[in-house]
Design a binder for this molecule. Structure first.
Ligand SMILES: Nc1ncnc2c1ncn2[C@@H]1O[C@H](COP(=O)(O)OP(=O)(O)OP(=O)(O)O)[C@@H](O)[C@H]1O
Ligand SMILES: [Mg+2]
Length: 253
């Protein structure tokens, strides 16, 4: 459903993305891993329309996304969790989600829907439940913990009713317990919403436990792809991380 073919991007002399071809089947949960500077975030920027590739195609549901604005990519159903919760410090969690859901509905439903308000309320409640944020719905965004702000960012992306959700290091900056809680919520909403989820992650315990497929980037190119079990014993991957144990000693981003 999402196919990336021969994607290339350079910044001056730096080839951040080198002939990357990858497939993401509908409903899959895929981790992208790789050392710092491997081109993971650039890959997200290319497929979500933030950056234009020098060459290659990004085919989503049969349509080439290259050249579309990031807003048009979102409209086609590919959303990304940005650090936007911080932009609404004086809105409550519910107000921020309602604003996002309403904005989305206004674009896509206004002439079709007779009860937009009731629908947006139901969708906001659904998102609050999915992310476990219901008990915090009436809190101001700025008073949320770092982890809850990240959940709200994911909630704001879900307001766009995406088919594909891109998460760039959803567990970054969290302690071990909080990390597991976060990824369990991502896993839950992936299941509950039949989403295609692609997440960039440095924590190999999390990657190997949760991902169905793992794509490894190094120096902008695809070093390996496979199931967690295949990646764990792939000698190229082990060498790339300079580690020989099963957890692959990874520098934190
Ligand atoms: N806008 C940009 N302008 C110039 N160089 C860039 C730009 N974005 C990325 N790069 C370079 O491209 C390479 C890949 O960067 P990218 O941020 O994609 O890596 P990453 O895998 O996400 O790393 P990290 O794990 O540290 O987040 C790096 O060498 C980076 O310096
Ligand atoms: Mg990055």
């Amino acid at each position: 459903m999402l196919q990336v073919e021969h994607l290339c991007k350079s910044f001056g002399g730096v080839q951040a993305t080198r002939d990357v071809s990858l497939n993401f089947p509908a409903g899959s949960l895929t981790a992208i891993i790789g050392p710092n500077g491997a081109g993971k975030t650039t890959f997200f920027n290319l497929i979500s329309g933030q950056l234009r590739p020098d060459a290659g195609r990004v085919v989503f549901d049969g349509e080439d996304m290259v050249g579309l604005s990031s807003l048009d990519v979102v409209r086609r159903g590919m959303a990304r969790a940005f650090q936007v919760a911080a932009l609404f410090p004086s809105l409550t969690v519910r107000e921020a989600l309602t604003a996002a859901v309403t904005a989305h509905q206004r674009r896509s439903w206004s002439l079709l829907s007779r009860f937009p308000l009731a629908q947006s309320r139901a969708r906001v409640d659904e998102i609050l439940d999915l992310l476990g944020l219901a008990p915090k719905a009436e809190l101001l965004s700025r008073t949320l913990s770092h982890g809850d702000q990240k959940l709200l960012d994911i909630g704001l992306a879900l307001a766009m009713r995406p088919k594909v959700l891109l998460l760039d290091e959803p567990t970054a900056g969290m302690g071990p317990d909080e990390r597991w809680r976060m990824i369990e919520k991502v896993h839950h909403l992936w299941r509950a919403q039949s989403l295609t989820v692609i997440f960039i992650e440095h924590d190999m315990d999390i990657v190997f436990k949760f991902a169905e497929a793992v794509h490894v980037l190094k120096y902008g190119a695809v070093l390996a792809q496979g199931t967690p079990a295949e990646i764990r014993r792939n000698q190229d991957v082990i060498d790339a991380y300079l580690g020989t144990d099963h957890h692959l000693a990874v520098a934190e981003g």
